[in-house]
Design a protein around this ligand. Structure first.
Ligand SMILES: Cc1cc2nc3c(=O)[nH]c(=O)nc-3n(C[C@H](O)[C@H](O)[C@H](O)COP(=O)(O)OP(=O)(O)OC[C@H]3O[C@@H](n4cnc5c(N)ncnc54)[C@H](O)[C@@H]3O)c2cc1C
Length: 436
């Protein structure tokens, strides 16, 4: 990779002098030990400057790809540079699955976990919550392992770490028995279903639920339901109680889509995973987009805020007061849920959360103009922004929303005393603690 590489959407040109691409662990360890300031880069899908640096970047994508299942422990050990789509394909024949996936399979496991990437589902934690252990190369070039069981005091700070602790090379992830889902889309969910109680029912009506709106009116344009087949995933408010039953043509006033849908109207639906209630494996239904195609719009900027799920209806009603301003800069918004976890820098740390997402047009000025009003309206609900997306909330306010932020800052100073892995982003939001 050459310097002046950009992020996936081309909205950021990295300031890095060099981008290293080692092909072995030993080579990576040498590079890290010999370089004064360096940061890991995943698949560069972040929109914020979280991955950026004026020093060196290093990609672990060229290290040998690992996918090793331990059936007895219900884990899979994976190389950090592998993309979720590739991991899923290799996991498929083993009878195991990941409990959840993000909207796209294109992102690297290491990069996605480092920022708290999530899918949806009231009982599904973010992708990092499945991490049981990490192996990382720290500032001195040593390989260290931190695990949920052996390091309960530090591990919760080390998984979502924004690249600030070292270069993660392998992760041990929890797996579950492979499962199937049926995906359907309903259109035009009426505003009457968005009151507090009804909205909670809608969000809890399938294993994974995504609501899409373009803020053109008070209704939700599309409801994507990923209905898990088999035991253990029954939802009282689901449109179907029998796994084989056809989905009703109307549900809560919304109409069953008669043909495949893309979240952004007008975009080709061939890039989307199969809908229409056709059963399929977990990795072909949980993401919205297929690995072989460009996900989402491509020409975009993204923003997302996570806040306590019980405030979902009030937060959406508040945003509805500026719907025209939002719509003017927008491709589409998505509303999802994320179960609480214990990871210190997790946007869903100890809060069952609703995630309110905006896929903006690729117009940084228009995005910068609308964010302050959104953040003012959401402020009463103490939103935590997605680390990998664009936001404007001040560093002090962001930090105050993470009860364990200072513990993370201490951990970073301990593992990286000279700030080898820091960048402007980390310095702004999680600066080193002053010496006592
Ligand atoms: C089209 C699109 C759809 C998206 N959908 C979702 C979604 O459904 N849900 C969601 O939550 N987010 C979503 N995102 C955001 C995305 O998941 C995050 O930005 C994620 O961090 C991207 O992973 P990456 O590998 O590209 O990370 P990068 O952007 O490359 O890096 C992000 C951070 O991870 C660190 N990092 C990367 N690799 C390592 C490593 N090996 N060791 C240590 N640190 C590392 C970097 O230093 C940096 O701080 C989407 C983004 C796009 C472009």
């Amino acid at each position: 990779m050459t310097p002046h590489a950009t992020n996936w959407s081309g909205t950021l040109t990295f300031g890095a002098r060099r981008v290293h691409a080692p092909t072995s662990l030993a080579e990576l360890q040498e590079i890290v030990a010999a370089t004064a300031r360096i940061r890991a880069l995943g698949t560069a899908h972040s929109f914020s400057t979280v991955a950026d640096t004026t020093a060196d970047l290093v990609s672990v994508a060229g290290l040998p790809a690992t996918v090793e299942v331990d059936a007895a422990a219900s884990t899979v050990t994976v190389s950090a540079g592998i993309r979720y789509g590739e991991l899923a394909r290799r996991l498929d024949g083993t009878g195991f699955a990941l409990a959840n996936l993000g909207s796209l399979p294109h992102i690297a496991v290491g990069g996605a976990c480092a920022t708290g990437t999530h899918g949806s589902g009231i009982a599904n934690g973010n992708l990092a919550s499945a991490v049981r252990a990490i192996e990382l190369v720290t500032a001195d070039g040593e390989l260290r392992t931190l695990s949920r069981d052996a390091d309960p005091d530090r591990f919760p700070g080390a998984v979502i770490a924004l690249g600030a602790l070292g270069v993660v090379v392998r992760l041990v992830l929890d797996v579950v028995p492979a499962f199937e889902l049926r995906q359907v889309v309903y259109q035009n969910l009426p505003a009457t279903e968005l009151g507090s109680g009804a909205l909670q029912d809608v969000l809890a009506s399938a294993y994974s639920v995504s609501l899409f709106t373009r803020w053109g009116g008070p209704q939700i344009d599309q409801v994507w339901l990923k209905h898990r087949i088999g035991p253990g995933a029954r939802f009282d408010s689901s449109p179907v109680t029998d796994d084989a039953a056809p989905f009703p043509s109307t549900w809560r006033g919304a109409r069953l889509a008669s043909s495949p849908m893309h979240p952004v109207p007008g975009m080709p639906t061939v890039s989307c995973t199969e809908q229409g209630g056709v059963p399929g494996p977990w990795h072909e239904r949980l993401p919205h987009f297929r690995l072989e195609f460009t996900p989402s719009s491509g020409e975009e900027i993204q923003t997302e805020y996570l806040l306590p799920r019980e405030h979902a209806a009030d937060a959406l009603a508040a945003l509805g007061t500026i719907r025209e301003a939002i719509a003017a800069a927008l491709h589409v918004s998505e509303i999802r849920t994320v179960a609480a976890d214990d990871l210190w820098l997790s946007p869903s740390y100890r809060r069952d959360s609703v995630a309110i997402h905006f896929t903006w047009r690729k117009d940084p000025d228009a995005v910068a103009a609308v964010l302050p009003a959104i953040e003012d309206l959401l402020a009463p609900y103490e939103p935590r922004p997605h680390w990998g997306k664009v936001f404007g909330i001040s560093p002090e306010v962001v930090r105050a929303r993470y009860p364990r932020a200072d513990d993370f800052r201490r951990l970073a100073s301990e593992l990286d005393p000279h700030g080898k892995f820091r960048n402007d982003f980390v310095d702004r939001y999680l600066p080193p603690l002053p010496l006592p």
